[in-house]
Design a protein around this ligand. Structure first.
Ligand code: HEM
Length: 129
């Protein structure tokens, strides 16, 4: 149950990010939506950490350590990419257009990583049969 609540939030974050990318031409809105998505994602990680034992008890995650490790590695990489997005995004905002292409490439990479985090979460915490 708890894992499902986390996964629903995770799905909302992916959608929020997709909408944020679609509206990137409206810079202010793009920055607001992306900031909200990143803050929500970090808050989600904290919720997962705090209720970790409950999730592990109700799932096969312990038995499926490889899947959990892969999921956690992708999730951690995503958060590291958030740092790159903040850095390059702020630079583009302040007029440095040389970083725009990089922000775009990093942006799509971050988005793909975030989708993979969501997909692998099902694999990592499949409910106990
Ligand atoms: C996970 C976070 C983010 C993702 C995935 C993302 C992704 C993108 C993408 C794909 C573009 C389109 C680039 C292009 O086609 O030229 C873009 C543009 C842009 N982003 Fe982000 N972004 C993120 C966060 C941020 C943040 C935090 C800022 C600012 C603090 C920012 C500022 C901008 C700006 C100024 C543009 C150019 C808009 C334009 O004039 O076309 N982004 N972003």
């Amino acid at each position: 149950m708890e894992a499902l609540f986390m996964q629903i939030q995770s799905f909302c974050i992916v959608i929020l990010m997709a909408v944020g990318i679609l509206v990137h031409k409206r810079r202010k809105l793009h920055v607001k939506l992306m900031s909200l998505a990143m803050i929500w994602d970090v808050a989600l990680i904290l919720q997962i950490e705090l209720s970790r034992s409950a999730i592990l008890k109700a799932s096969k995650a312990v038995e499926n350590a490889l899947a959990l490790n892969i999921h956690v590695s992708i999730a951690v990489s995503t958060v590291i990419f958030y740092g790159f997005m903040l850095y390059t995004g702020r630079a583009v905002l302040s007029g440095d257009n040389t970083l725009r292409k990089r922000h775009r490439a990093l942006g799509y990479t971050t988005f793909i990583l975030r989708i993979l985090t969501f997909v692998t979460s099902f694999w990592a915490v499949a409910p106990k049969a």
